[in-house]
Each structure stands twice: as structure tokens, then as C-alpha cells.
Design a protein around this ligand. Structure first.
Ligand code: COA
Length: 260
């Protein structure tokens, strides 16, 4: 796969996607969003890829939002299509069936914060700044921000961030539940790669079903969510990995999962 605006590296089961437009703080223009779509689809269908990391090039920014040059000239119908396209790509990231970790190495603003929220886990450098500053441009988030932010941090904090457009520090984001962990900037990628390696050794099918149960369960009633959980619990009993995991525990050894 070749890209103009992304870097894609592989280290065994871990893939690292780097959004690579540092001259505009990795802002997402349409070609970059299309490349991200292509990269995610490819990794989704690549059985050898177990965990994906998304980060930004340079040490200043993860992604500073959608490209404002494109937003400045859009008309209503284009605006709607633009938002739907971004939502589609981010939904794909959220539901690709493999954990995706955002390594937030700097500004995660607007579409950058929305991209991070679509990821399964968010690890931030202590220098990172997050926010949804769209209100300052006279627009609202269009890549799922008004929906994912309240689900992550609650309605009160979400409305504060959405209406003021203020940037929060990594520490405040941690306190609010917007990120999972904060690490010193120099340790960000090593920490995220270590976490990715840890996840890559877990049972892939069970991992996929956990993410499905959480993602789909949040959109339905508690009762329906529990029913989905029970169905997936039954389905996972058909896997070799379930037999290996339980047997390894009883034999007091480390399980070796094969993803089947
Ligand atoms: N779209 C397009 N270009 C962007 C951009 C974006 N979202 N964010 C930054 N850039 C560009 C700047 O225009 C600038 O380009 P230039 O060198 O040609 O002037 C370059 O990236 C560097 O940004 P700059 O603003 O000079 O850096 P800074 O350190 O002073 O400020 C930010 C950093 C992130 C606070 C500031 O760039 C910013 O507010 N960006 C927009 C964030 C935003 O509103 N995102 C939501 C978009 S929906």
C-alpha cells in the first residue's frame, strides 16, 4: 500500500499508522481521510494484524482537525457529504474488530479529538491538548464528536467542551475520562507499543466480541445489550481459544491464543 499523507509500518502483529502532514499539524483533508479509510480496511482484513496504533507526525500535533481550507469553501450539500464521509471512516475504526490505540502526541483538536474518540483506547503524551474548537469557526463537530464525547465524558463536561471550544490538558482529559492514560511525551510511543504487544497476545475472537458487546450494547436497551452479551458468550464457547485459555489456567501455564 502506498500513501501520500500516511505512513504505515508493521512490527509483527502491530501496525502503526502515522498521519503525515506536519506542515499543517496533520490536519485531515479529503485525500488523507480517503487514505485512512483504505489503510483501515486493509488492516481489518489482514489476519496477521492484531492491533493498530494511530499517531501524528512530528512532536507538536496528533491531528489539528479537519482541514479548514476545505471547510472554508464548502456549501450545504457538500458539508453534509463531508461529515457523512468522516463519520463513515471513524465508524469503521471503532468497529474494525481489532483494538485501535490513539497515541496522542500533541494537539488532538476537532476532527483529531473525534478520531481519537473513535479509537478503542487513548494514550496521551503529557504535552497533549484536546478539544472540540469547532464553535470558534461557526460550525459544529461533524465526525461524531457530538455523539461520542457525551458517551465518554458525560453530558455536562461534553457541553462545556463543545460550547466553549476550550483546549484541555492531558491531565484534565484523564480526569474527565477522555483519555485512558497519560505518559511523559518521550515515553509515548514505547508505552503504546508495549500496550499494543500486550493486547496482541490476548484471545482475538474474545477481544472482538468484547468490543462488539460494548459498542453495540451502548446503542440499545440494557436488556438487549445483555442478550447480545449472552449470545456472544455462547459463540465464544465454539473457539479453540476458549479451550486453550481455560486449559492453560488449569495447567498453570501461559495460554497461547491462535484467533480461532
Ligand atoms: N486546517 C488547516 N490548516 C491548519 C489546521 C487545520 N485544522 N490547523 C493548523 N493548520 C495550519 C496553520 O494554518 C499553519 O499553517 P501556515 O504555517 O501555513 O500558517 C500551520 O498549520 C501551523 O499552525 P499554527 O496555527 O501556526 O500553529 P500554532 O502553534 O500557532 O497553533 C493550533 C496551533 C493547533 C492551536 C492552531 O493551529 C489551531 O487552532 N488550529 C485549528 C484547530 C481547529 O480549529 N480544529 C478544528 C477544525 S474543524
Amino acid at each position: 500500500m502506498s500513501f501520500d499523507n500516511l505512513l504505515l509500518e508493521r512490527d509483527g502483529p502491530v501496525a502503526v499508522i502515522t498521519i503525515n502532514r506536519p506542515q499543517v499539524l496533520n490536519a485531515l483533508n479529503t485525500p488523507t481521510l480517503d487514505e485512512l479509510h483504505r489503510a483501515i480496511l486493509e488492516l481489518k482484513h489482514d489476519a496477521g494484524a492484531r492491533v493498530v496504533i494511530i499517531t501524528g507526525a512530528g512532536d507538536k500535533s496528533f491531528v489539528a482537525g479537519a482541514d479548514i481550507n476545505e471547510l472554508a469553501v464548502q456549501r450545504p450539500a457538500q458539508g453534509k457529504e463531508h461529515a457523512l464521509r468522516g463519520q463513515h471512516v471513524f465508524d469503521l475504526i471503532e468497529n474494525m474488530g481489532k483494538p485501535v490505540i490513539a497515541a496522542i502526541n500533541g494537539y488532538a483538536l476537532g476532527g483529531g479529538c473525534e478520531l481519537a474518540m473513535a479509537c478503542t483506547l487513548r494514550i496521551a503524551a503529557d504535552t497533549a491538548r484536546l478539544g472540540q474548537p469547532e464553535i470558534n469557526l461557526g460550525i459544529l463537530p461533524g465526525y461524531g464528536g457530538t455523539q461520542r464525547l457525551p458517551r465518554l465524558v458525560g453530558k455536562g463536561v461534553a457541553l462545556d467542551l463543545l460550547l466553549t471550544g476550550r483546549h484541555v490538558t492531558a491531565g484534565e482529559a484523564l480526569q474527565a475520562g477522555l483519555v485512558n492514560r497519560v505518559v511523559p511525551a518521550a515515553e509515548l510511543l514505547p508505552s503504546v507499543k508495549a500496550l499494543a504487544g500486550e493486547l496482541a497476545a490476548k484471545a482475538p475472537v474474545a477481544m472482538q466480541y468484547i468490543m462488539e458487546a460494548v459498542n453495540k450494547g451502548l446503542d440499545v436497551s440494557f436488556d438487549k445489550g445483555q442478550f447480545l452479551e449472552a449470545t456472544l458468550f455462547g459463540l465464544v464457547a465454539s473457539t479453540d481459544d476458549m479451550r486453550e485459555g481455560t486449559k492453560a489456567f488449569l495447567e498453570k501455564r501461559k495460554a497461547e491464543f491462535k484467533g480461532r
